[in-house]
Design a protein around this ligand. Structure first.
Ligand SMILES: NC(=O)c1ccc[n+]([C@@H]2O[C@H](COP(=O)([O-])OP(=O)(O)OC[C@H]3O[C@@H](n4cnc5c(N)ncnc54)[C@H](O)[C@@H]3O)[C@@H](O)[C@H]2O)c1
Length: 259
C-alpha cells in the first residue's frame, strides 16, 4: 500500500522537537518529501537526519516563522529541492512561562507570543498559498492550534493567540476553497514535549496531574497529534476544510457529571 502522502512535498515548521518532529517522521513514513523547518538549526538538522536514516526523504531549513522573508525562503527551498509544495503544516508555537497570569504579562511577552503563534501562521499560510496558486491550485494547509483555542484552558495570552488561529482556519478555508486549497487545524490538549520549558516531559507527577483534566485519563502523545495532522493533510480528508479538530482526550467535549 502506498503511504497517505505518497510523493507529496510537505513543509513542517517547528520540526525540531515535539509534534513537529513526530510529524516529520510520520509524514515521511507515509511517502512525503519533508522540509523540516525550525528556528533551531541543530535540532532540525538532527530530525532531518533521523528521517533519512529511517529511509525517508527530508531536508532541514532554518527558519524563524516571525520573519516573512525567511518563510518565503523556506517555501523557495522546498520548491528548489523537490519541485513543488503540496502540504504546509504550520506547527511552530510557543507559550508563556509556567504559572504566568495574563496580568503578569509584559508588552514584550504579548508581542512575542502573538508574533510566533499568530504571525508565524499568517506568514506560512500566505507564502504557501502563493506557491499553491502558482502551481494551479490545490494544496493542504494544516495548523497546530490548541484546545486552548476552543475553550478556556492553558492561559489567557496563549489561548487568545490560538483562538485567533482557529478563527483564521475557518475564514481562510472559505476564502481559498474556490482554488481547491483546504485549511484545517489540529487542537491538541497537553502533550509532554519541550513546550513551556518541558515540564510535562520531565515530570511524571506533572503528567499524572495533567492527565486528570482529560476525560480519557492521559496526556496526549505528540504522535497522536501528528496522526491527526497526517489525516487532514492527506486525500483521506479531501472534502474537509475549515475544521478545528480536537486531539484532546475529550477535554473540549464538556465536563463529566461524575468522576
Ligand atoms: N505541548 C503542549 O502541551 C501543546 C498543547 C497544545 C498545543 N500545542 C502546540 O503544539 C505546537 C508544537 O509544540 P510542541 O508541543 O511540539 O512544542 P516544542 O517546544 O517541543 O516544539 C516547538 C518547536 O517550535 C520551534 N519554534 C519556536 N519558535 C519558533 C519560531 N519563531 N520559528 C520557527 N520555529 C520555532 C522550537 O524551536 C521547537 O523546535 C505549538 O504550536 C504549540 O502551541 C502544544
Amino acid at each position: 500500500m502506498q503511504g497517505l502522502l505518497h510523493d507529496k512535498v510537505a513543509i513542517i515548521t517547528g520540526a525540531g522537537s515535539g509534534v513537529g518532529r513526530a510529524a516529520a517522521l510520520l509524514f515521511a513514513e507515509h511517502g512525503a518529501k519533508v522540509v523540516a523547518a525550525d528556528i533551531d538549526h541543530e535540532a532540525v538538522e538532527a530530525v532531518a537526519g533521523e528521517v533519512v536514516k529511517a529511509g525517508g526523504s527530508a531536508i532541514a531549513v532554518e527558519c524563524n516563522v516571525t520573519d516573512m522573508a525567511a518563510v518565503d525562503a523556506m517555501v523557495r527551498a522546498a520548491v528548489d529541492a523537490y519541485g513543488r509544495l503540496d502540504v504546509m503544516y504550520n506547527n511552530a508555537g510557543i507559550t508563556t512561562q509556567p504559572g504566568q497570569t495574563f496580568m503578569d504579562a509584559t508588552d514584550a511577552d504579548m508581542q512575542k507570543l502573538t508574533a510566533v503563534n499568530l504571525g508565524g501562521v499568517l506568514h506560512g499560510c500566505q507564502s504557501a498559498i502563493r506557491q499553491f496558486e502558482a502551481q494551479g491550485g490545490g494544496g493542504a494547509i494544516v495548523i497546530t492550534a490548541s484546545v486552548a483555542g476552543l475553550i478556556g484552558f492553558g492561559g489567557v495570552l496563549y489561548g487568545s493567540s490560538k483562538g485567533a488561529v482557529t478563527s483564521l482556519t475557518r475564514g481562510l478555508a472559505l476564502e481559498v476553497a474556490p482554488r481547491g486549497i483546504r485549511v484545517n487545524s489540529v487542537c491538541p490538549a497537553a502533550m509532554p514535549t519541550n513546550f513551556g520549558g518541558g515540564v510535562l516531559k520531565a515530570s511524571e507527577a506533572a503528567r499524572q496531574h495533567t492527565a486528570g483534566y482529560h476525560p480519557l485519563g492521559r496526556v496526549i502523545a505528540p504522535e497522536e497529534c501528528a496522526s491527526a495532522a497526517l489525516f487532514l493533510a492527506s486525500d483521506l480528508a479531501s472534502n474537509i476544510t475549515g475544521v478545528n479538530l480536537p486531539v484532546d482526550g475529550g477535554l473540549s467535549a464538556g465536563k463529566p457529571m461524575s468522576r
